[in-house]
Design a protein around this ligand. Structure first.
Ligand code: NDP
Length: 339
């Protein structure tokens, strides 16, 4: 079967493409400029099962229809959306691509008869209520919803808030679209927490500036220098990128997953734990990894999460922080050295 992956050059998407190819699917990746086509092909060693096409504007349903319609795909993984904190015009740069991007692919799919399932990569940001504060004792599940609206995002006073609103509004728009008419496909929503983990070897960024937003949180926590204070933990829930990709493939395959919303989380963490684990695994970087207050944990100071429903339906065996950091931290130091 043919599966479309939007934003195929992205951090999570590159692992989704690899997992799909590994499982024998044919994959058509979309990127937004011609220069990325060859890079994505090379990331997968020019695998014969992979094609890459350009969709310049992810908010334009007609362009999806024109490019993807003739290929008769069976399913779509929609990952393309801004995840960075560099925007200055939040409505233009975050809200519109996220929200209209979310519905444009559904509008196109409504006219492509071969499509049976769409998987949207939403976020813990569309679950978590930042306004409720740390809420120790609260356990978030995929039943919870962030209260943020489109207007909250457009008028936000900081980029992370605009990002959280963009994910919430985009997911709400998708479910609303699904309710509005009879369709030949169903929707699965995946809500990953902060995704950490290695890049595919052939897709390693050339410099730290090219590292994606969530892995930059790891880098900031483990590279500041032995005697530096640890910076505050930003989003205290994490998941491995390879587990995230496995969840995407299972979300395509498992019939009963249709119509569901699934939180992806390996556990909660704090920056001190990132530093402690990295220092233990990678003593050679000891001069860079902040010592802080070894063993101090913030887990009791804020909410927790439950993935019980995800475990039941998708059955992921979540990697440990040791496994993830052991693979990503050395890679980040290599990237810094330009290797
Ligand atoms: P990356 O930044 O690595 O990839 C984002 C992808 O989306 C790239 O292909 C990028 O294209 C594309 N994109 C971004 N903005 C636009 C835009 N305005 N128009 C067209 N394409 C755009 O991010 P991740 O792999 O981390 O994220 C992928 C998805 O997963 C996103 O939807 C994100 O919100 C979601 N997510 C990520 C989490 C994480 O911790 N990483 C956690 C939860 C959800 P280009 O390279 O050309 O900019």
């Amino acid at each position: 079967a043919l599966v479309v992956v939007t934003g195929a050059n992205g951090f999570i998407a590159q692992h989704c493409v690899a997992a799909l190819l590994q499982e024998g699917y044919h994959v058509v990746g979309t990127v937004r400029s011609a220069s990325k086509v060859e890079a994505v092909k090379n990331s997968h060693k020019r695998h014969p099962g992979l094609d890459v096409v350009v969709i310049e504007d992810i908010t334009n349903a007609q362009s999806y229809l024109d490019v993807l319609g003739p290929l008769s795909p069976a399913a779509v993984l929609h990952l393309a959306a801004p995840f960075h904190y560099n925007a200055t015009n939040f409505e233009q740069e975050m809200m519109i691509p996220a929200v209209r991007g979310s519905t444009a692919i559904l509008e196109a799919a409504a006219q492509i008869k071969s499509i049976r399932r769409i998987v949207h990569t939403n976020s813990f940001a569309s679950i978590y209520d930042a306004s409720a504060g740390p809420s120790p004792g609260k356990i978030y599940t995929a039943q919870d919803w962030s209260p943020l609206t489109y207007e909250d995002g457009a008028q936000a006073d900081n980029a992370p808030a605009a990002y959280r609103a963009s994910k919430t509004a985009a997911e709400k728009a998708a479910w609303k679209f699904m309710e509005s008419r009879a369709l030949g496909f169903d929707l699965v929503s995946l809500c990953p927490s902060m995704v950490f983990g290695p890049f595919l070897p052939e897709a390693k960024p050339k410099s730290i500036a090219g590292v994606n937003t969530s892995n930059l949180l790891v880098w900031a926590a483990v590279s500041a220098g032995r005697n530096s204070a640890l910076i505050p933990t930003k989003g205290p829930v994490w998941v491995d990128v390879r587990d995230t990709a496995e969840a995407h493939v299972k979300a395509l395959r498992i019939v009963e997953a249709g119509g569901g919303r699934y939180l992806l989380a390996g556990g909660i963490y704090c920056n001190q734990e990132l530093a402690d684990v990295s220092r233990r695994l990678l003593p050679k970087y000891g001069d860079r990894i902040p010592i802080g207050e070894p063993g101090k944990r913030e887990s009791h100071t804020h909410f927790g999460v439950s993935t019980a429903e995800t475990d039941k339906v998708l059955g992921i065996k979540w990697r440990s922080l040791e496994q993830t950091l052991g693979d990503v931290v050395p890679q980040l130091f290599e990237i810094e050295r330009g290797q």
